[in-house]
Ligand binder design. Structure first.
Ligand code: NDP
Length: 444
């Protein structure tokens, strides 16, 4: 049996009931076969893959908090410190009822290679809780965040582990967590990113993941002699990534016709009214059902359906496994040319295979959504310098990073004979640097 197959079996056996983690490991290792097979003897001797698929540390803790009626609730908190070979652990905190250890491990594992691809010195980690901020008062969210940080603060630090936002963790939650960290540790340091601008946040961080997704998509199209101008685009989600992906797509001349949340989706044939969407989601924290009261010509549909719309470019920006084989078939049938992932692992393995087989240009999340963590690393640099850079400076660095990522994954795919397969390209480009650093640092 090959080393890759042995390790995949081991991961499934040692981590039962963690299907998302299995999926992420399989995707990465399968696409690395060419590199691993070429170095099998050395990698086996060093147990390199066993070390890469095992987090350096995983922390699970109780998070008790009191609601507005005096009732005590207990959630579970997680932080998986996956790999620190190339820098302090870095990765977001997800607050969503679906969170469990397997989901945090899949996200942390992906984060290792994504962070490596940015070219910046950041290792891989991820955290979260099954707490749902939806429908909670600000005081309840604060109570949860303070309790969560009271435990988490023992394990993180500006040079150790620097968490950030993710699903359910936006500026409000980061603010409450930062306040509690500072209160307990009595240090003012860049221990979290995604902070507010008045206390060490970076301009352009809020926009970075969505903008970065469009920068890399644009770079790919330009390299292929095409452009975003005039393209029709579908976006899923209506959160941080989706909103700023829509904004940049519109700025670059595309028409975005869909958005979604976990209850339903909107189709606006004239193009999404971004001001209305921001008001509904960022100001009112309301549901997408409200959109048609702003735009009577738009349609609201309950349930899932974004991928049934005919578009040139599809940008999944909501959550994992939201684009399955049937969706991929619909997209191909409707002539889609590009699928670029704003979310983490939004496409199933079968969907990716189908899209690639049908010559759809597919940009995987670990490359396409790396603009968020890259800009988080820029926020860390600004915090260390105790300086704040202008929006233009951060945005121009972000553009440079996304262009580099595209050319690195493109080059890696060509070097190993998989031209145009950016899944293979991204995994190889991310993996090589991590392996190099792990090898240099000995058996740790
Ligand atoms: P937000 O919480 O801001 O938005 C998430 C959006 O996706 C919401 O519209 C939400 O709808 C929808 N959604 C969440 N879960 C589901 C579900 N199970 N089914 C259908 N819709 C769902 O999160 P972000 O925009 O920050 O993150 C979106 C994705 O991008 C995630 O995969 C995240 O890991 C990834 N990502 C985020 C980065 C960042 O900088 N924020 C960086 C890199 C990746 P509802 O409000 O109804 O729940």
């Amino acid at each position: 049996m090959s080393y890759v197959d042995e390790i995949i079996d081991l991961v499934v056996k040692q981590n039962p009931n963690e299907p998302e983690f299995h999926q992420a490991v399989k995707e990465v290792l399968n696409s690395l076969r060419v590199v691993i097979d070429a170095n099998e003897e050395q990698f086996r001797r060093d147990a390199l893959l066993e070390r890469i698929v095992n987090p350096e540390r995983q922390i699970k803790f109780r998070v008790p908090w009191v609601d507005d009626k005096g009732q005590v609730h207990v959630n579970t908190g997680y932080r998986v410190q996956f790999n620190s070979a190339i820098g302090p652990y870095k990765g977001g905190i997800r607050l969503h009822p679906s969170v469990n250890l397997g989901i945090i491990k899949f996200l942390g594992f992906e984060q290792i290679f994504k962070n490596s691809l940015t070219g910046l010195p950041i290792g891989g980690g991820k955290g979260g809780s099954d707490f749902d901020p939806k429908g909670k008062s600000d005081r309840e969210v604060m109570a949860f965040c303070q309790s969560f940080m009271t435990e988490l603060c023992k394990y993180i630090g500006a040079d150790t582990d620097v968490p950030a936002g993710d699903i359910g963790t936006g500026a409000r939650e980061i603010g409450y967590m930062y306040g509690q960290y500072k209160r307990i540790k009595n240090v003012y340091e860049g221990v979290l990113t995604g902070k507010g601008l008045s206390y060490g946040g970076s301009l352009a961080r809020k926009q970075a993941t969505g903008y970065g997704l469009l920068y890399i998509t644009n770079e790919m199209l330009t390299t292929l002699g095409d452009t975003l101008q005039g393209k029709t685009v579908s976006v899923s989600g209506a959160g941080n990534v989706a909103i700023y992906a829509i904004e940049k797509a519109q700025q670059l001349g595309a028409k975005v016709v869909t958005a979604s949340d976990s209850n339903g989706w909107i189709y606006d044939p004239e193009g999404i009214d971004l001001a209305a969407l921001k008001e509904i989601k960022e100001v009112k924290r309301a549901r997408l059902t409200e959109y048609t009261s702003y735009r009577p010509n738009a349609e609201y549909h309950a349930g899932k359906g974004v991928w049934s719309v005919k578009v040139d470019i599809a940008l999944p920006c909501a959550t994992q496994n939201e684009l399955n084989l049937e969706d991929a078939m619909n997209l191909v049938e409707n002539g889609v040319q590009v699928v670029a992932e704003g979310a983490n692992m939004p496409s199933t393995a079968e969907a990716i295979e189908y899209l690639q087989k049908h010559n759809v240009r597919f940009l995987p999340g670990k490359a396409a959504n790396a603009g968020g963590v890259a800009t988080s690393a820029l926020e860390m640099s600004q915090n260390s310098e105790r300086l704040s850079w202008s929006f233009e400076e951060v945005d121009s660095k972000l553009q440079g990073i996304m262009k580099n990522i595209f050319h690195n994954i493109d080059a890696a795919s060509k070097k190993y004979g998989f031209e145009g397969n950016y899944v293979v390209g991204a995994n190889i480009a991310g993996f090589e640097k991590v392996v190099d650093a792990m090898t240099a640092q000995g058996i740790v």
